[in-house]
Design a protein around this ligand. Sequence first.
Ligand SMILES: [Zn+2]
Ligand SMILES: [Zn+2]
Length: 150
Amino acid sequence: MALRVAEFLANPGSRFPVEITLSGGEEPDSLCTVESIELAGEAFAQLATLYVEAALSAKLRQPCRRCLEPVETTLELDESFEVPIPPSAESVDLLPVVLRLVLSAHEPNVVCDEGCRGLCSACGVNLNRHPNHVCEPEESGRTTLKDLLK
Ligand SMILES: [Zn+2]
Ligand SMILES: [Zn+2]
């Protein structure tokens, strides 16, 4: 997600449109996978800093918090941020700051469907795929309890 800065540096304070798409990125420290981020907006340079105002649209893949199946979500953000322009740099990488913005704003508790039935708490079977699943009660445990009460 590199942005060439020559035009910005040559015209300090002038706003230019910015449009970048990132695809295939990933955040290894998170359960959330970033599939793609589209950035569209304006930017200008001033005193070795690039000021960006843009709308971000991120496609994310996260596990459903009930059944752990991957869920695709789209996150829309309007953001203003600054990126330092290193001396004699030809481009700046917007990805680290954009990733941070997206991951700090994303909803960590997604469900694949409001009616998701989750996993069987006893055996872990996906109850969406096996709606009629019934776990057998732990017979040995009951017998033990009854035995104790005798
Ligand atoms: Zn689910
Ligand atoms: Zn079960």
